[in-house]
Design a protein around this ligand. Structure first.
Ligand code: SF4
Length: 461
């Protein structure tokens, strides 16, 4: 009874392992599972029931083997290794994979130097962890570690399928800064992840820290690290906190607090176990596809490899790379490393949303911007007013007034002056659409939607 592999289109998935081979049976109904079990009981062997694919692997493999099935033949499963292979709440499975070994303090610090935080919910997003940890240690008080698994599909996958990996990374971070409390923070919408990590916390052998699981509102902004702290403290009105000081100095209830995503902490755990930081990025591909897929790619691989993990519904047109406020691109020969994505003006949140050729870029960007105008916390003017004005500028295109310079200037102000990452990133879909899909925006100003999907301009609220 494993968790998801990250490729739900193949599930329910049954694997049958014998020695160094595993047979994969995809989309199994209950009746098919019963027939398969009966067939194996009758001596049918590994290939009983006619598997969809068979993989050869190390008989002691601690991770799901790569196999020639959509989504499972792409990438290198290191952080995702336990997902779909080990039982998520069985501590023995994780121990057999070397998962609970106690690391030396110097090894944890070395790993923190090498590792960059993953995702906008991490206070070290695209930065090394080490200096932030130093500030937490210097702040005194009673440090806390928050596992921020709010909203990102990879973070919730890790909690539901490989929670010990995340908890062990959190325990190591706690050990490094002298924290005796770990709080796992999950969206209200992700019940399965919350339930699984709760059960794993109970089964965690001889925990060196107290582990609690707290849920917060499902709104996108509640994943911002300081708004996550507000939600954990029980505040109903979520607003980002001014920085400095950062949460690592003054965080949860005024105590120094590390806020790291589940991805960051799982990478930390794997780094400590394997003695080196995995040179990988976990990416979820979704949108106009037959089914989403979460894959783990080497940083030298490109977005094109990520798209290979899915079947696009129609012709590929564009990808929104980097979360809800990611950047739009039609070019897939871009590395998945944060340096390459940032250089291309894209986001590093670890998600790729595919847009098929019948999608209108202006409509897509208009909805994202309207969402930002509706959902920002209202604390700072550049984001609160900027997102509303930007929505208006996009709406004006339908009336023939396309002003790319005004859009770029407004996005620049939002980027430079907003208090938190929500406002910094909210203009990115519009900015990249102007840069990459200018002719499509101009066509709307001329009264024509190239995708033939906009008949009515969206309302500005
Ligand atoms: S950037 Fe937006 S979400 Fe962040 S504090 Fe300002 S108004 Fe709130």
């Amino acid at each position: 009874m494993t968790g998801s592999t990250g490729v739900p289109a193949l599930e329910p998935l049954v694997t049958v392992t014998e020695g160094g081979e595993t047979a994969f049976h995809v989309n199994c109904s209950t009746a098919q599972v019963e027939r398969l079990v009966a067939s194996i009981d009758e001596g049918g062997g590994l290939r009983a029931g006619g598997p969809d694919a068979v993989a050869e692997h190390d008989p002691e493999s601690p991770r799901l083997p790569s196999v020639n099935l959509p989504g499972l033949g792409v990438g290198h499963r290191r952080v995702l290794g336990g997902a779909g292979w080990r039982r998520p709440t069985e501590a023995d499975d994780h121990a057999d994979a070397g998962g609970f070994d106690t690391p030396e303090p110097t090894a944890i610090q070395d790993a923190a130097v090498a590792l960059m935080g993953r995702g906008w919910g991490d206070i070290c997003h695209d930065e090394s962890l080490a200096q932030t940890w130093d500030r937490a240690r210097d702040a005194g008080g009673s440090p806390v570690v928050v596992v921020n698994a709010h909203g990102n599909p990879t973070d919730t996958l890790l909690l539901a399928s490989a929670p010990f990996e995340v908890l062990h990374g959190a325990a190591a971070a706690a050990q490094a800064v002298g924290a005796d409390s770990v709080i796992v923070y999950v969206s209200d919408a992700d019940e399965r992840a919350a339930e699984t990590v709760r059960a794993a916390a109970v089964n965690y052998p001889k925990p060196s820290v107290a582990i609690d699981v707290v849920t917060g509102p499902a709104e996108h902004r509640a994943g911002e690290p300081t708004m996550a702290l507000e939600a954990i403290e029980g505040n109903h009105r979520l607003e980002a906190r001014l920085r400095p000081p950062g949460p690592e100095s003054v965080g949860l209830h005024g105590q120094p607090t590390l806020v790291h995503t589940a991805r960051t902490l799982a990478h930390l755990a794997v780094s400590l176990r394997e003695g080196e930081a995995p040179d990988t990025r976990v990416v979820t591909v979704e949108g106009d596809v037959a089914g989403p897929a979460t894959v783990e790619l080497s940083e030298s691989e490109t977005l094109s490899t990520a798209i290979d993990a899915v079947t696009v519904d129609g012709e590929f047109k564009a990808a929104c790379v980097g979360g809800r406020f990611g950047g739009l691109t039609g070019e897939l020969d871009i590395g998945v490393a944060p340096s390459a994505l940032t250089a291309a003006g894209l986001g590093t949140e670890g998600t790729v949303q595919v847009l098929a050729d019948d999608r209108c870029v202006l409509e897509f960007v208009g909805k994202r911007t309207q969402y930002a105008a509706d959902e920002n916390c209202g604390r700072c003017v550049p984001c609160r007013e900027g997102t509303t004005q930007l929505t208006g500028l996009l709406r004006d295109i339908y009336d023939g007034a396309y002003a790319p310079g005004d859009i770029e200037e407004l996005v620049r102000v939002m980027d430079r002056s907003s208090i938190c990452a929500f406002g910094v990133e909210a203009g990115r879909p519009a900015r990249t659409a102007v840069a990459e899909f200018e002719s499509e925006l101009q066509a709307h100003a001329d009264g024509r939607c190239p995708a033939d999907s906009c008949t009515v301009a969206p309302e500005v609220t």
